[in-house]
Design a protein around this ligand. Structure first.
Ligand SMILES: Cc1cc2nc3c(=O)[nH]c(=O)nc-3n(C[C@H](O)[C@H](O)[C@H](O)COP(=O)(O)OP(=O)(O)OC[C@H]3O[C@@H](n4cnc5c(N)ncnc54)[C@H](O)[C@@H]3O)c2cc1C
Length: 476
């Protein structure tokens, strides 16, 4: 079909828009916002692809998904084939199709974008992955015969899960240890239901289970058992550390100890894992947002998730306070658009300087200062500078601080021969992800600092390759 549409005509076909739930309705529930393409939309969108000889989209993808090939299969109506093609490079397409920052990766380098809107590669990825899942036809690859070697994986986020999938396929025994009671890392405790339904992550985990991966939850490695004990006493031949960067950072301003001030990680974990989003069916374990003023500090995906969650929990006002301008916000453009449509108030160029409380220690307001943009800083973004005499007080019963996270520290402090960076991230060889401790590999946010799902997955796959070589080829 593609060949029948000349390039010039293809460029005239408008990008298909992702259908969404009504903004006013969705702002008060946790149902998924984006509804996905139907086959007709997917095919029309796929035809827009120029089938470039040297596909820049694949080059711009951190795991080099063969975009042109899977789009070709969509055009041919072979959706399962398309999903299988993506899975050759990306183990979690239903997840990345929803949360990857495609506009900066594959779609950012799409040649169509030179003249028109880029091909909606992310939406197409989501479409075939959902088709595969909804029709119950997820292709389960065959494992190689057992090698007799076993690998412990610490952390069940995207890095741990993708490493587990690749290693079990090579015939190794794989056991994933997770500190929390649910599997998936940030995919379940951080990213809310309305962006990434938990059932999708659960299904991916179930597929890994069917493929033979073992999982153990509620095990804090470094406390319950150390890395040395895993290797020396429990007989694991190698370990992959994928513990993420979940340690919250705070602003360091007066009043942050007040009741009602949360880190975004704590707030989102309580809502996502303790099911506050299904209140009143579940007892709500966070401070009641209903008819209160909620302020969220930050401009990244985490801030956007927290403020939209507060709105859904019934906040009277949900305000985002960010010290730079909207242009500088690191959050995905789609999240910013959705938040605005839902009624989130954006207060850019504003920075909190103090949390104000009552005599009983409960938060009542955030004192803020207006900012202006000065010269660019090390990050290349213009530095925010305070505007003298511009203080304002925002009434708030809840403030959620989403200004970044740092390395989860437990493994580093209980594994003396593991080299770390100045900021306590684990040092790993960029090519092999081997650490300073023989047999121990590390990847994902615990090495790079907070990054993206696809980069964490890419690290998991890279580590799996190195671990397999370590276990079988004796090249180390
Ligand atoms: C709220 C939020 C929204 C985000 N939105 C996006 C987005 O839209 N798109 C995107 O690409 N990226 C997004 N990110 C970033 C992305 O989710 C992370 O980069 C990615 O999850 C990192 O994967 P990981 O496997 O390295 O670590 P994680 O996902 O953090 O998983 C680490 C796991 O290790 C476990 N663990 C830690 N210590 C131990 C221990 N000692 N013993 C056992 N288990 C342990 C943790 O409980 C956790 O389950 C978001 C992050 C947050 C916080």
């Amino acid at each position: 079909m593609r060949n029948t549409v000349p390039n010039k005509e293809r460029m005239k076909i408008p990008r298909r828009h992702m259908p969404e739930r009504n903004a006013q309705v969705r702002a008060r529930n946790f149902e998924e916002v984006n509804l996905g393409f139907d086959p007709k939309s997917a095919n029309l969108e796929a035809i827009r692809c120029l089938a470039c000889l040297k596909p820049t989209c694949t080059k711009a993808c951190p795991v080099a998904v063969k975009v042109k090939d899977f789009v070709d299969l969509i055009i041919a109506g072979d959706y399962l084939g398309a999903a299988a093609k993506i899975r050759e490079d990306n183990a979690l397409p239903a997840i990345t199709g929803r949360v990857c920052p495609q506009e900066e990766q594959c779609e950012g380098d799409c040649l169509v974008a030179k003249r028109a809107d880029s091909v909606a590669i992310g939406h197409l990825e989501r479409f075939v992955a959902d088709y595969e899942r909804e029709t119950g036809q997820i292709g389960i690859p065959k494992n190689a015969p057992p090698t007799g070697k076993s690998v412990a994986i610490v952390g069940s986020g995207p890095a741990g899960l993708s490493c587990a999938g690749d290693l079990v396929q090579k015939g190794h025994r794989v056991r994933v240890f997770e500190a929390l009671h649910e599997l998936g890392g940030v995919l379940v405790y951080g990213i809310p239901e309305f962006r990434l339904p938990k059932s999708i992550v659960k299904q991916e985990v179930d597929v890994l289970r069917q493929r033979g991966v073992e999982f153990e939850t509620n095990v804090v490695i470094g406390k319950t058992v150390t890395i040395d004990e895993l290797m020396n006493d429990e007989g694991y031949d190698a370990v992959f550390v994928a513990t993420g960067a979940g340690l919250p950072q705070f602003l360091g301003i007066p009043g942050e100890h007040l009741n009602g001030v949360y880190s975004a990680n704590e707030f989102l974990t309580r809502v996502n894992l303790m099911r506050a989003y299904r209140f009143p069916e579940y007892d709500e374990p966070v401070y009641d947002c209903r008819d209160r003023d909620v302020v969220v500090v930050g401009g990244g995906n985490t801030a956007m998730d927290a403020v939209r969650t507060a709105l859904r929990l019934g906040a009277r006002t949900a305000t985002l306070v960010y010290r730079r301008g909207e242009e500088e916000m690191p959050a995905r453009k789609e999240e910013i658009k959705h938040a605005k449509e839902e009624g989130v108030i954006f207060r850019t160029l504003t920075n909190p300087v103090e949390m104000i409380g009552d005599e009983r220690g409960w938060l009542t307001a955030a004192r803020c200062q207006e900012m202006a943009l000065g010269e660019p800083d090390d990050s290349g973004r213009r530095r925010p500078v305070p505007v003298a005499g511009s203080e304002l007080v925002l009434p708030a019963s809840i403030v959620i601080v989403a200004v970044g996270t740092s390395a989860n520290p437990l493994i580093q402090s209980t594994t003396p021969d593991l080299k770390t960076t100045r900021k306590n991230y684990i040092e790993a060889d960029p090519e092999t992800l081997a650490t300073s401790k023989p047999g121990v590999f590390a990847g994902g946010d615990i090495v790079t600092g907070g990054a993206t799902v696809i980069l964490a997955m890419g690290a998991g796959r890279k580590a799996a390759k190195s671990i397999d070589e370590f276990l079988t080829a004796a090249v180390w």
